[in-house]
Design a protein around this ligand. Structure first.
Ligand SMILES: *[C@@H]1O[C@H](CO)[C@@H](O)[C@H](O)[C@H]1NC(C)=O
Ligand SMILES: *[C@@H]1O[C@H](CO)[C@@H](O)[C@H](O)[C@H]1NC(C)=O
Length: 582
């Protein structure tokens, strides 16, 4: 088997590795050896992969060429495996925070959150999109200036317009007019009687079609999953929003099975980027990001298994927030992968992102900002992005340090590419294992072509691949914990590229574009594989006017601090805008 032999990397014990700025650790650039493929070639590729003898050989070569063998499968790793990234509640000391009593009901919690918001909210960001915040809606409802029913009607008209032939935004997989109007009517009556349930009463919320939400089927972006797995109840996150009076407006489009990052869905259409409809929206929570960007609703829920909330948020210029593993309930979310995926929030701004989930609350209203925040930055990794992204994110950090005195320490975070591959092996193994019994029963013809490629590769991973991936998880946990002793927050661009072009040849077959794919997930993995909270916020635009996201990754359970820092970035964006206008 000469050409098939792969030598594995021999890893040094994790504790021997220098994490300082001067460390001699090499930074491995993603070495993706796979050209972009779309249209007929994807089909041809699937046929080859699904043949008995040739298929496994091609998959083997792919894994070898893309370093899965060298860095994961055949590697020699001293550490034992770490199978899940759960974090104990440590005695985390945060500044300017209200800790939430876990016994509060969801509406009581929303009330507490409102108390932490800054007094004057400006409802227009510098994007040119008209977006109302939750507080804007709530004021307008309470004053009788507008009713939830009117807003719902406007929303439905906008959804219809977005599907017109000249737009075809493909925001939603399912949106039931009667159900939306019924909820809006009930909410309007509550306001009329002066008895709204909470600030979220009458607020429109969209849900990624990976979370259970009645009366809709949960398709996971497929044409078949809902037939074998009926939806019988709301997911816990959805229930909580409903109990606050929120209006659930439908199920948003997503990359099929979450098995990709472009948001091109062959069954329900590619979700287009509202900034430029010829660009991708990013995925897999593509519809949730795009509807918030377009201003159809202030918040949406997504699910993040490998950056799936943060990437599309960055590409669409909105806030994407993934709390610590275990902070939000995953009950009622498709179990596509167990140890890396969890719900997250997409919102037009930080204030709205903090009203929705159950987290400790940062005092955004306090003018005194956080003192002595220390950012960790790994220069080689930070710089592994397009020139526009690099300079924009660099500039953002400079401004934060100028305005708030926050310092940046240079560090080395080893084995970035190793972790990306280990995460890929993990998410792939978990995805096939969880779908196995369904897949046995179904006709492959119902699955999109690019998802079929993913399933073939996922299905090829064995126990050695999986266990080695978990040993890499253990190493990475060691590195990150050590970095979090030196700094409060790790700062990176959110993605290595901005929204790239949608190409017609991909619409029916999907596309295989692992180069852009790797650049999109480059900075996301630790949020999932290691369970740390992370948030992306708009930091500026590239030369083509497309949004650039800046990401903050925090210590376990430090969501309040993360949102506070992201809020500082957002405030800065508004100043910048004003300076430009003046
Ligand atoms: C894994 O699951 C999460 C949610 O559970 C989802 O966001 C992600 O896209 C899934 N990814 C894969 C490759 O299955
Ligand atoms: C990253 O890029 C900046 C310029 O944008 C440069 O000053 C810096 O030296 C680079 N850092 C590394 C580690 O390559």
């Amino acid at each position: 088997m000469g050409i098939f032999q792969s030598k594995g990397k021999v890893y040094k014990p994790a504790f021997e590795i220098d994490l300082g700025a001067e460390s001699d650790e090499v930074y491995t650039h993603a070495n993706v050896k796979a050209p972009r493929v779309a249209g007929f070639l994807v089909k041809l590729f699937v046929w080859i992969l699904e043949t008995w003898i040739l298929g496994p050989i091609v998959v083997y070569i792919l894994k070898k060429d893309n370093l899965v063998h060298k860095l994961v499968s055949f590697a020699e790793i001293p550490e034992s495996p770490l199978f899940t990234a759960t974090h104990d509640f440590e005695g985390l000391q945060e500044q300017e925070v209200t800790c939430i009593d876990p016994d509060l009901s969801p509406p009581e919690r929303v009330k507490e959150a409102m108390g932490c918001l800054p007094a004057s909210l400006e409802s227009t960001l510098d994007s040119g999109f008209k977006r109302w915040t939750i507080k804007d809606f709530s004021r307008a409802y309470n004053s009788g200036k507008i009713t939830p029913l009117k807003v719902a009607n406007r929303f439905l008209a906008a959804v219809e317009e977005s599907s017109a032939p000249h737009l075809q935004m493909a925001f939603f997989i399912n949106c039931n007019t009667d159900d939306v109007l019924r909820q809006a009517m009930e909410s309007s009556i509550r306001y009329e009687k002066g008895t709204p349930i909470s600030m979220l009463d009458g607020i429109l919320v969209a849900i990624k079609d990976e979370m259970d939400c009645l009366p809709y089927p949960t398709t996971g972006g497929t044409k078949w999953l809902h037939k074998v797995r009926p939806c019988t109840d709301d997911a816990v996150c959805v229930k909580k929003l409903r109990s606050c009076g929120a209006i659930i407006v439908g199920k948003t489009n997503m990359h099929e099975l979450g098995a990709g990052t472009s948001g091109i869905n062959p069954h329900y259409g590619p979700t287009r980027n509202p900034y430029n409809i010829n660009k991708v929206s990013g995925g897999s929570s593509s519809g949730s990001a795009a509807v918030v960007c377009a201003g159809l609703c202030p918040v949406a829920l997504g699910v993040d298994g490998g950056g799936s909330v943060r990437l599309p948020a960055a590409l669409c210029g909105v806030v994407g927030f993934k709390p610590t593993n275990g902070r939000l309930s995953s009950s009622g979310v498709l179990p596509l992968n167990w140890t890396v995926g969890m719900p997250g929030i997409l919102a037009a701004n930080i204030e709205d992102a903090l009203i929705v989930p159950e987290i400790n609350l940062p005092h955004l209203q306090s003018s005194s900002s956080l003192a002595n925040i220390k950012f960790a930055r790994y220069g080689k990794w930070f710089n592994d992005s397009s020139a526009d992204i690099r300079s924009c994110c660099d500039g953002a950090l400079l401004v934060l340090s100028k305005h708030y005195g926050w310092k940046t320490v240079e560090v080395t975070i080893p084995e970035v590419e190793e972790m990306r591959l280990a995460h890929y092996v993990t998410i792939g193994s978990e995805c096939t294992a969880s779908l196995a019994t369904h897949l046995e029963k179904m006709k492959y013809g119902e699955i999109g072509w690019d998802a079929r490629v993913a399933l073939q590769v996922y299905g090829s991973f064995g126990s050695r691949d999986y266990i080695n991936a978990q040993r890499i998880r253990n190493r990475q946990m060691h590195f990150y914990k050590e970095i979090f002793r030196r700094a409060d927050v790790i700062v990176t661009p959110t993605t290595g590229v901005t929204a790239y072009s949608l190409q017609q040849d991909a619409f029916r077959t999907g596309e295989l574009d692992y180069i852009n794919g790797a650049a999109l997930v480059r900075y996301s993995i630790s949020g999932n594989f290691l369970g740390f909270p992370a948030v992306t916020v708009l930091a500026g635009y590239d030369a083509g006017g497309l949004p650039i996201g800046l990401q903050f990754i925090g210590r376990p359970w430090s969501e309040a601090t993360l949102l506070h820092i992201a809020y500082a970035m957002q405030v800065h964006n508004r100043y910048l805008h004003r300076e430009q206008i003046d």
